[in-house]
Design a binder for this molecule. Structure first.
Ligand SMILES: [Ca+2]
Length: 138
């Protein structure tokens, strides 16, 4: 498990680096599309949020949230992603909404750096930190 220090500019730089951002998000999409039908179902998206660890940072869920509330939360997240209400999330919807979420995180962080413990090396925030580290070697 790694620890990274990020602030809003780390996250927004990642989102604004279009090639890098799109590659990361598309890789995540393919990995999450377990049945390879080209779209994310409700359960696939839920697994995405459980594994990408965006929930904790953006939606303020803590570990003691009751399961029924979590399900409600994941349902509302799904609706947010599924812009055209088709019942599934396509690659473009996924990319757009991840971008919105990361920009909201960037806004929330502002210039106050936070230290994050990351258990999952594929998290977007870790990728944002890696990108910054590669540009500004310390
Ligand atoms: Ca699928």
């Amino acid at each position: 498990m790694g620890v990274v220090i990020i602030d809003g500019s780390t996250v927004s730089a990642f989102v604004n680096d279009e090639a890098q951002f799109q590659k990361s998000v598309d890789e995540a999409f393919v990995a999450l599309d377990v049945n390879n039908d080209g779209v994310l179902s409700r359960s696939e998206l839920r697994r995405a949020f459980e594994s990408l660890r965006l929930i904790e940072s953006h939606f303020g869920v803590d570990v003691v949230t009751p399961p029924e509330e979590l399900t409600k939360l994941y349902d509302s997240i799904f609706e947010q992603f599924d812009c055209d209400h088709s019942g599934s999330v396509d690659q473009r919807e996924f990319r757009d909404e991840i971008k919105n979420i990361l920009l909201a995180i960037a806004d929330g962080l502002g210039s106050n750096p936070i230290q994050m413990a990351l258990e999952d090396d594929n998290g977007f925030l870790k990728k944002a930190a890696d990108l910054e580290a590669s540009k500004f070697p310390r």
